[in-house]
Design a protein around this ligand. Structure first.
Ligand code: 5GP
Ligand code: ZN
Length: 114
């Protein structure tokens, strides 16, 4: 099951460049890019370069690498108002079964969503 998911996982394909993405920051252990369906302008995702479906399955070194990238993206976006979200399981609204952190700017009403 895990091997099958690894072969078909869209985020693994994004890491390998098999699916195009708007890349933001890449390290040895992590990859970040803009969300294809942004909830607001600049909505970004940070993913580990290790296929784990849920947070509790992710080795700590990948977790430790990913969060500072979320921080860098938030700073680059102005670090005013934003959410960092990470969903696990269908009931928790996870759609892509590869651990990912959302960085979602929360613009003011004047700035608009997208
Ligand atoms: P989830 O609901 O699993 O926490 O969020 C998955 C996110 O991945 C969604 O916000 C969705 O827009 C994004 N997403 C799904 N497929 C692609 C893709 O092929 N490219 C990019 N850039 N984002 C994707
Ligand atoms: Zn994957």
């Amino acid at each position: 099951m895990a091997a099958k998911n690894l072969a078909t996982c869209i985020f693994c394909k994004i890491i390998k460049g098999e699916i195009p993405s708007f890349k933001l920051i890449e390290t040895e252990l992590s990859f970040s890019f803009l969300d294809i369906g942004p909830l607001s302008k600049g909505h970004a995702l940070v993913i580990p370069k290790h296929h784990a479906e849920k947070l509790h399955q992710l080795p700590d070194e990948y977790l430790a690498d990913a969060l500072p990238i979320a921080k860098k993206i938030a700073i680059a976006q102005g670090a005013e108002n934003y959410n960092v979200l990470q969903n696990n399981g269908r009931l928790a609204h996870q759609e892509v079964d590869h651990v990912h952190f959302h960085i979602i700017p929360k613009p003011s009403a004047e700035e608009g969503l997208v």
